[in-house]
Design a protein around this ligand. Structure first.
Ligand code: NIG
Ligand code: FE
Length: 450
């Protein structure tokens, strides 16, 4: 029977017992705690029982599943989990809040590790044009695409951007997202890039149910005012923009769009060199529409993740494996752009590159606000197994954000972020389309929804 965190628990019980014995052995006059007060001393704040625990830990069978399990929180951490049989009854009896989840599944809080959630306007009219035959590349080259969102984002106030992003975040949260990443990249000037990142930071700070990691994506597209001078724009990104972002502590990582319609590997490298000098993590939109050896470039700089990867070669996959870079697959963008070349999933498996899945929520290539739908698409379109897909929005997504020590699996000592699902088996999460079986969310040890 799998039991995680038993040692820590035994240690806690030990402390409790010795306190109890110590105070009870004292002369009445000196007794500091009455038996009543002693009963109020508890080790766990909250305990969920009769759960199917989908721990997503490696080496504990499929999904790291504990069929009949219980999970406890103390403060904001998981203090114990294991099978019901192994529940220490004396500690259980002292737990003030016990919740019977009646056989429901509990997974780690979901992590959407690649989004562009902060933006002005939308691109529904462009969607119409694409349906009539215009391509994504043509629209961008004609000053639309990403650049039309840049216009709308520059014009929007910080409050307007925040209100719109909050709305979108609500949709993701309803499906159990407790952590997400948000990129800049629709400002492409110093003030608007900083404005986007401030909004992304505020989104996390003002919401007790959500943690946000921010990523600076100044190298997303060439803004019109630099159309004649690419070199100057890349210098602006690598020097002034990046320095301001760093000094104001607005980003946790630095990203770029390495593509024919965006920036060359050499241009991206100038940004990465500076980011690494500042000690910042990097990641890359790589090989989405063509193979520019983006995956290998990301790997060379020790990137946390390389994202999209439709055109990545075997050498690129090998490079990712060597550097421990996570492959982030984005089925929403693949679907919306009607791509035909799929990412090299079989090679990623063979080289044991961890795979994450994300919404890529953005107004152009992936107007997607459902991470559960991405699980289904990852299985249906990219042929992932349901377990690989779930690992892609938990364990491996945590890794892309440098958070695996803290979340992404259910383990004692990790943050108590988890989701209670009205399902009998974790495969149901990827299987159903449009159902939202989320029956409860626990963030930092506290029930926050439903
Ligand atoms: O991840 N690939 C580049 N950036 C986004 C698209 C942004 C947009 O179209 O607005 C992406 O797909
Ligand atoms: Fe993206």
């Amino acid at each position: 029977m799998t039991e995680v965190g038993g040692n820590r628990c035994n240690f806690a019980i030990c402390i409790y017992k010795s306190l109890h014995d110590y105070y009870n052995s004292r002369n009445d006059n000196f007794q500091l705690f009455s038996d009543n007060a002693m009963n109020e001393l508890h080790v766990w704040d909250r305990l969920w029982v009769n759960a199917r625990l989908v721990t997503m830990t490696i080496g504990h069978g499929e999904y790291g599943l504990i069929e009949s399990g219980a999970i406890a929180a103390a403060g904001d951490s998981i203090s114990w989990l294991g099978s019901m049989d192994a529940l220490p009854l004396d500690v259980r009896d002292k737990t003030p809040d016990i919740i019977d989840v009646k056989g429901r599944c509990i997974t780690p809080g979901l992590i959407d590790c690649h989004t562009h959630l902060v933006f002005g306007g939308n691109r529904a009219r462009e969607f119409e044009l694409r349906l009539k035959g215009a391509t994504y590349e043509e629209l961008l080259q004609a000053g639309g695409g990403i650049l039309s969102t840049v216009n709308a984002t520059r014009q929007a106030s910080e409050e307007e951007l925040l209100a719109a992003a909050k709305n979108r975040a609500e949709a993701l949260k309803r499906e159990g997202v407790t952590t997400m990443e948000i990129k800049s990249g629709y400002g492409l000037d110093v003030e608007t890039e900083l404005k986007m990142l401030r909004v992304a930071r505020r989104l996390g700070e003002e919401d007790p149910q959500l943690d946000v990691k921010t990523t600076f994506l100044g190298a997303h597209a060439l803004p019109p005012e630099y159309a004649q001078d690419r070199t100057a724009y890349i210098q602006l990104v690598a020097d002034e923009m990046l320095s301001r972002v760093y000094v104001e502590n607005l980003a946790d990582a630095v990203d770029g769009f390495c593509e024919g319609i965006a920036f060359s590997p050499e241009e991206i490298e100038q940004v990465f060199v500076r980011a690494r000098e500042l000690g910042m993590d990097v990641k890359l939109h790589a090989d989405q529409l063509s193979d520019l050896n983006g995956a290998a470039l990301a790997a060379r700089y020790g990137a946390l993740s390389a994202d999209h990867l439709e055109y990545t070669s075997e050498a690129g996959v090998d490079a990712l494996a060597q550097s421990g870079t996570v492959a982030v697959l984005l089925p929403g963008a693949f679907y919306v752009l009607k791509e035909t070349q799929k990412p090299p999933v079989e090679l990623l498996r063979r080289y044991q590159v961890p795979i994450a899945i994300a919404t890529d929520a953005n107004p152009g290539s992936s107007p997607v606000l459902s991470l559960l739908l991405m699980l289904n698409m990852a299985c249906m379109i990219f042929s992932l197994t349901t377990e690989e897909a779930l690992a892609g929005v938990t364990r491996n997504a945590a890794r892309t954000l440098g958070l695996l020590d803290d979340r992404g699996t259910l383990e004692a000592g990790k943050r108590a972020d988890f989701v209670i699902w009205d399902i009998a088996h974790p495969s149901e999460l990827a299987y159903m389309i449009g159902a939202n079986p989320c029956a409860g969310i626990v963030k930092n040890g506290k029930p926050v929804a439903r």
